[in-house]
Design a protein around this ligand. Sequence first.
Ligand code: NAG
Ligand code: NAG
Ligand code: NAG
Ligand code: NAG
Ligand code: NAG
Ligand code: NAG
Length: 378
Amino acid sequence: MNPSATTSRRRRPSLLLFTAFTIALVALQIPNVAAGENDVDFKGIVRDARNLTFENPSLRRAYYALQSWKHAIFSDPFNFTANWTGADVCSYGGVFCAPSPSNASVRVVAGIDLNHGDIAGYLPDELGLLTDLALFHINSNRFCGVVPDTFKKLKVLFELDLSNNRFVGGFPKVVLSLPSLKFLDLRFNDFEGGVPTQIFDKDLDALFLNDNRFRFGIPANLGNSPVSVLVLANNNLGGCIPASIGKMGKTLNELILMNDNLTGCLPPQIGMLKELTVFDVSFNNLQGPLPAEISRMRSLEQLDVAHNRLTGVVPATVCQLPRLENFTYSFNYFTGEAPQCSRFGGGSVADGKQNCIPSKSNQRSAKECASDDAKPYD
Ligand SMILES: *[C@@H]1O[C@H](CO)[C@@H](O)[C@H](O)[C@H]1NC(C)=O
Ligand SMILES: *[C@@H]1O[C@H](CO)[C@@H](O)[C@H](O)[C@H]1NC(C)=O
Ligand SMILES: *[C@@H]1O[C@H](CO)[C@@H](O)[C@H](O)[C@H]1NC(C)=O
Ligand SMILES: *[C@@H]1O[C@H](CO)[C@@H](O)[C@H](O)[C@H]1NC(C)=O
Ligand SMILES: *[C@@H]1O[C@H](CO)[C@@H](O)[C@H](O)[C@H]1NC(C)=O
Ligand SMILES: *[C@@H]1O[C@H](CO)[C@@H](O)[C@H](O)[C@H]1NC(C)=O
């Protein structure tokens, strides 16, 4: 299904290149690049830099980082990096400088934005030299490989957006060590394996992990996370929604868990999500009834529980939620609904088709409603 899954195999950097690169790195002893810079010809970068003058040492390090990155780019169809030449790194396309927080008279590279560049390449270790970076946005490119461990040096990195690229391997654990990180977007890549528990202990505002190959369930400490937006959709997580979710009541605004192969019941603790406006658990294997506690989710505007194996009666208290605009509960095995559910009005919509509600039109066949799938629990 994932289009990048088939195409990511094409542009792996050759092993030879990697080996040469590694040797060069060892020689340079990154991050103390300045120490050996007159002795080593690293891809020609160091020799070039000898005749350049830089405003300050930080911009000199940024020059090494950005030139190394330029060497790690195989295709740049829109010429985003074409003017990455010379000592004035602050004028490079997509590179943003700002006064250093520790000394306002020193300019440093504070942001990179190469969004929608369609650039193919990888992230070299030298990017760890951009120690003043607060924003790193490279969404919608063709960067492949893994996130280098040298990213641990980006102590003030606040927003990391790697979405819609071709990154592979396990969850990039290096992000767990970034003390200033608030916004993490890894969606639409090929990350695989488990989601580390530590990610929910981090003080993040938003976390997007959707459309990867994450598995092995949602960690039980989910509720420790102070995020306002959490999207885990379109992975193959499996398992249940942890009961700790109730602890997210003060902060969680949007939660999207669609198509994650989730099982079990909707935990009653979701009733504590008083600020939640969007709740989407569609296309899973959830069973049992809608917990009565949903009626306490007073901020809900969008509620989508479609394409599960939910049973029981849809209660009036859910259909009467004060802000509910769109309630989708189609393709389940509900056997009844309160009259309020079919009398939605004022621009709001409810979709309850393909259930087992006798009085309602467009329902499942008697055979489907008598099948094993329609049973409350396995
Ligand atoms: C650096 O400058 C010197 C003297 O101006 C020149 O001879 C040398 O070729 C320059 N090196 C590079 C790499 O441009
Ligand atoms: C990028 O630069 C190359 C070489 O200068 C040019 O042929 C090409 O048209 C440029 N592409 C775009 C999208 O401007
Ligand atoms: C490089 O390109 C960017 C836009 O792509 C532009 O803003 C910047 O001024 C250019 N820098 C130079 C030195 O031409
Ligand atoms: C700030 O940087 C300037 C320019 O490098 C330097 O002259 C000054 O001493 C620095 N100030 C502090 C407080 O470090
Ligand atoms: C969903 O998870 C189950 C294990 O609980 C697994 O057997 C099944 O293959 C998964 N479904 C998909 C579509 O991967
Ligand atoms: C209601 O939500 C469903 C699924 O979330 C969506 O497909 C549908 O377009 C929405 N309807 C309206 C009127 O917004």
